[in-house]
Design a protein around this ligand. Structure first.
Ligand SMILES: Nc1ncnc2c1ncn2[C@@H]1O[C@H](COP(=O)(O)OP(=O)(O)OP(=O)(O)O)[C@@H](O)[C@H]1O
Ligand SMILES: N[C@@H](CCO)C(=O)O
Length: 363
């Protein structure tokens, strides 16, 4: 039987200031993956190794690999399928990706790609994975839970990862892309001799928190990429107690402050301050120190708080009104940076309560 699966995954903004590797917000900007399975066209186009063909349009078209074992979406899908006894896609599939999430900008493009890959494998392999199990697979690829948890379940999400040392399956150190790919190759080699090791169960735990429907997110997106691995490499190996306590105090308040029906601007503004990652990433985003240091709810009506979105370089402002004016004010700071300024675009986005979805249509 020929079937079309349509997978939609939202962009996400991780950290929200103090919640480094903890908090995520899902946003109304989407990665869409359509897989037509079992059609004559899919059979004709499928590559023999993976049993699929890929086409891509949207952010960075031309810059992404369309090889099924390299592309992050299909690589993830093949990994999940291999863990469940399939060397390739069970039936020929034509996979079409339409991506509105800019790559390497701090809006969770890689997390969305990983979540899409897991949902794709779940659909084509009829794996019946639970949401929790899907999160386990996501975490084997993207080792911090903030983006993938929010992309998978939607809304304002807090998450933690079990002690990675004790699991023995996720390196304690932050894995870079090369390390993730090495581990996937190991998994594939193990699959080939029938001894593949499945991800441990319940690696990540999450909680959806309240978020006032009055709040919208303004993403000011610099026109340059900042790889998450580079932004993580800028962080120190240890922190002063004072800085950790500073973040813990704010994070505890932030988890509830955003959910109040009428948001308190100064409470949120202060609760979005951070001493764990933003100070160490300032030099990677020209204009960020001035943006964080000058705009506030008194001089910028409607503003609730500002932070670096994920690993950057996007700046995320939460607000209840004057969205375009706030965006314009932040863009002006980027414009007047040395050497011609930093070119930006912006999006006014909703915080969406629905996470990733997969719809099935008979063809
Ligand atoms: N739709 C996609 N298809 C294939 N690969 C993708 C896709 N989206 C992202 N990627 C891969 O992920 C990389 C970007 O990931 P990275 O973690 O550096 O940034 P990000 O996820 O956009 O930002 P952040 O994690 O800070 O929110 C891209 O260079 C590409 O290799
Ligand atoms: N918490 C992550 C999000 C980016 O993927 C970071 O800031 O590095």
């Amino acid at each position: 039987m020929a079937v079309r699966y349509t997978i939609n995954v939202p962009a996400t903004s991780a950290n929200i200031g103090p919640g480094f590797d903890v908090m995520g917000l899902s946003l109304s900007l989407y990665l869409t993956v359509v897989a037509e399975v079992g059609t004559a066209a899919a059979t004709a186009a499928a590559c023999p190794d993976s049993n699929i063909s890929i086409s891509y349009e949207g952010a960075n078209a031309g810059g992404l690999s369309l090889d099924a074992r390299s592309n992050l979406i299909t690589r993830t899908a093949l990994y999940v399928l291999e863990c469940n006894g399939h060397r390739s896609f069970p039936q020929p599939a034509a996979v079409t990706v339409t991506n509105r999430i800019p790559l390497g900008r701090g809006l969770g493009s890689s997390g969305a790609a990983v979540v899409a890959g897991v949902l794709l494998a779940n659909a084509v392999g009829a794996l019946n994975l639970t949401e929790q199990r899907m999160l386990d697979y996501c975490l084997m690829i993207e080792h911090h839970p903030d983006n993938v948890a929010a992309a998978l379940v939607g809304g304002f999400v807090a998450s933690y990862l079990i002690d990675v040392d004790r699991s023995g399956n996720i390196p304690a150190s932050e894995a870079d892309e090369a390390e993730v790919q090495r581990r996937e190759r190991e998994q594939r080699a193990a699959a080939a001799d029938g001894s593949i090791k499945l991800p441990p169960e319940n690696i990540g735990h999450f909680l959806r928190l309240g978020c006032s429907p009055k709040i919208r997110a303004i993403a000011i997106i610099p026109q340059f990429e900042l790889a998450t691995s580079k932004a993580r490499a800028a962080l120190p190996g240890s922190y002063k107690t004072h800085d950790v306590v500073f973040n813990l105090q704010r994070l505890a308040v932030l988890t509830t402050a955003l959910g109040r029906e009428t948001p308190d601007p100064w409470l949120i503004y202060r609760a979005m301050e951070d001493k764990v990652h933003q100070p160490y990433r300032m030099h990677l985003v020209p204009g960020l120190p001035e943006i964080l240091g000058t705009l506030n709810p008194d001089n910028t009506p409607g503003l609730l708080g500002i932070c670096l979105s994920g690993a950057g370089p996007t700046v995320l402002a939460l607000a209840v009104s004057n969205f375009d004016e706030i965006a314009a004010k932040i863009r002006t700071v980027f414009d007047r940076q040395p050497d011609g300024g930093v070119a930006t675009t912006y999006e006014v986005l909703d915080i969406v309560s629905e996470g990733a979805t997969c719809a099935e249509t008979a063809l």
